[in-house]
Design a protein around this ligand. Structure first.
Ligand SMILES: [Zn+2]
Length: 68
């Protein structure tokens, strides 16, 4: 498992499993979107810093516009 490690203070260090706790913000409306990281691993276009994922509502709108 991969996890994110964050030291809060000298006494507290948290490890967060990133497989289940990955979120990003929809670039169109700012809604928080939960990401299934394993869906993106292996995707050549995916880049942890440069990629963002639209929320369901915006991606539906996007696909509707594309398929017009
Ligand atoms: Zn959105």
């Amino acid at each position: 498992m991969f996890y994110v490690k964050e030291t809060i203070n000298e006494a507290v260090e948290v490890k967060i499993d990133i497989a289940d706790n990955v979120f990003c913000q929809c670039p169109k409306c700012g809604t928080e979107v939960e990401i299934e990281l394993s869906d993106f691993i292996g995707d050549k276009e995916f880049d942890l810093y440069g990629s963002s994922v639209c929320c369901e509502k915006c991606s539906r709108k996007f696909f509707r516009e594309v398929s017009k």
